[in-house]
Design a protein around this ligand. Structure first.
Ligand code: SAH
Ligand code: F3S
Length: 450
């Protein structure tokens, strides 16, 4: 029985794809290797969003090939996911020892291709072609294969993105928007809940565009809100989240859904990218600073405790000090709980890569640093305000960093650590917050759960 090790780079979509490929391979008789050193097959699930992520995976592969040649001649190695899709054949031209390059619409063929390579029937396979209906193929979960039950699961609702932000490679690596059907998604969620899952996060590159073609507005509700309502019906499911939405998808129907659907957690990760209208336009984002501020205000009016996080790019081509100041001021105004800040990275074939006024690295670094200080200061203040408050968490399991502690999340998606035990897993639990760390809360159950 061959064993496989999958290393994942990048976003939650990639985590989910890796899990689905692993589940598929386990179902076909493969076992999961605890480390790459003893695996018969090593797959790198890659990310292309920034150059740094691509370089990490390429260096890892060089490393694997070097070791495989010396110590493990028969080890099969492959790339899958976004970089596999965008570079395809070029990867094996550069690294001829790579056995498999599997694109983003081909995950469901992993077992078939690996079987052929392991059996010596095929030497090398590169498949990055588009495939109709591939959005519906990412549905296997590993729940039953894990020794510990998962409380929380990710469900992929769509693939691709048609927004074509000028900096972004995703529309090229993930293709056109393609949505799964509501009954198909609901069936997958039901199975997960039957297996013990309490919280489901709906995933896609631009979830607010879900079902645009197949589910027209109904009673003023978008396809995405129709999906949220359908998932909300599932008995036994406690919490619903989603990522990532697009600001332009925050119509009143979605804002109202937060107020109306109790299982929908009051947290939202809404990518901002920039606080300057001029830069937002150059980025082809499709909203203004004012519109973004209005969304944050409406959400807070509907759910005063909502947790808001965002993504921001600093150093986009032509970004002036004034543009950057607009981003800083917007962050101060909205007071995000956290913001993921990225230095602009040129991606090939994207319009922004050939825009004039590409900024020197030092400016990107410097703005990154300044924005981070602002975001951290606001985040700390917001986290500190939790001290003394009572919150409800869904207990996920032992903390990865410190197995003596247990971890869970509040509805507004803040991580809470506490002294718990296995019996708490999967429970909704009330805690009192006693202190805070860096984007972490520490809670004490004893006070409220006697
Ligand atoms: N809609 C997707 C976007 C994926 S990329 C999602 O949120 O999952 C994730 C984040 O990476 C983007 O929101 C953006 O802030 C950042 N990013 C994308 N392309 C980038 C680039 N060329 N340089 C720097 N950061 C980038
Ligand atoms: Fe990328 Fe913009 Fe879509 S950031 S994933 S093109 S919404």
């Amino acid at each position: 029985m061959p064993s496989v090790f999958i290393k994942t780079y990048g976003c939650q979509m990639n985590e989910r794809d890796s899990e689905a490929v692993a589940a598929q391979l386990v179902a076909k008789g493969y076992s999961l290797a605890p480390s790459e050193a003893i695996a018969d097959v090593v797959l790198l699930n890659t990310c292309s969003v920034r150059d740094f992520a691509e370089q990490k995976a390429i260096n890892k592969m060089k490393n694997l090939i070097g070791t495989a040649r010396n110590e493990r001649r028969s080890q099969v190695v492959g790339f899958m996911g976004c970089m596999a899709q965008s570079r395809g054949q070029e990867l094996v031209d550069k690294l001829p020892d790579v056995d498999l390059v599997l694109g983003t619409q081909k995950f469901h063929r992993a077992a078939e291709y690996l079987d052929a390579i392991l059996a010596g029937k095929r030497e090398q396979i590169v498949d990055v072609a588009a495939e109709e209906k591939s959005e519906a193929t990412i549905r296997e979960h590993l729940l039953n294969g894990k020794s510990n039950k998962s409380v929380s699961a990710f469900v992929s609702i769509m693939q691709g993105c048609n927004q074509y932000c000028t900096f972004c490679i995703v529309p090229y690596t993930r293709g056109e928007e393609r949505s799964r059907t509501i009954p198909d998604i609901v069936a997958e969620c039901r199975e997960l809940v039957a297996g013990g899952v309490k919280e489901i996060t709906l995933l896609g590159q631009i979830v607010t565009s879900y079902g645009k073609r197949d589910y027209p507005l109904h009673d003023g509700k978008s396809g995405f809100v129709q999906l949220l309502e359908a998932v909300h019906e599932i008995a036994g499911l406690q919490r619903i989240r989603f990522t990532s939405p697009h600001p332009k998808g925050y119509g009143d129907d979605l804002v109202e859904a937060y107020a109306r659907l109790p299982k929908l957690c009051e947290s939202a990760h809404i990518p901002l990218q920039s606080g300057s209208d001029r830069i937002l336009k150059l980025m082809h984002r499709g909203y203004t600073r004012e519109r973004f501020l209005a969304i944050a205000k409406k959400l807070r009016a509907a759910k005063p405790n909502i947790g808001l996080t965002t993504d921001i790019i600093v150093g986009f081509p032509g970004e002036t000090e004034e543009d950057f100041a607009e981003t800083l001021s917007l962050c101060r105004e909205v007071e995000f709980d956290n913001a993921y800040i990225f230095k602009y990275s040129e991606r090939r074939d994207t319009p922004a890569a050939i825009m004039p006024d590409q900024l020197p690295q030092e400016i990107r670094e410097e703005r990154n640093h300044r924005l981070l200080e602002t975001v951290n200061e606001i985040g700390k203040r917001k986290y500190d305000s939790f001290i003394g408050q009572q919150v409800q968490i869904l207990v996920e399991g032992p903390s990865k960093k410190n197995a003596a502690r247990f971890t869970g999340r509040t509805r507004c998606n803040r991580i809470v650590l506490f002294d718990g035990s296995e019996r708490h897993r999967g429970e909704l639990m009330d805690l009192k917050i006693t202190r805070t760390g860096s984007f972490t809360l520490y809670g004490d159950p004893a006070i409220v759960n006697l």
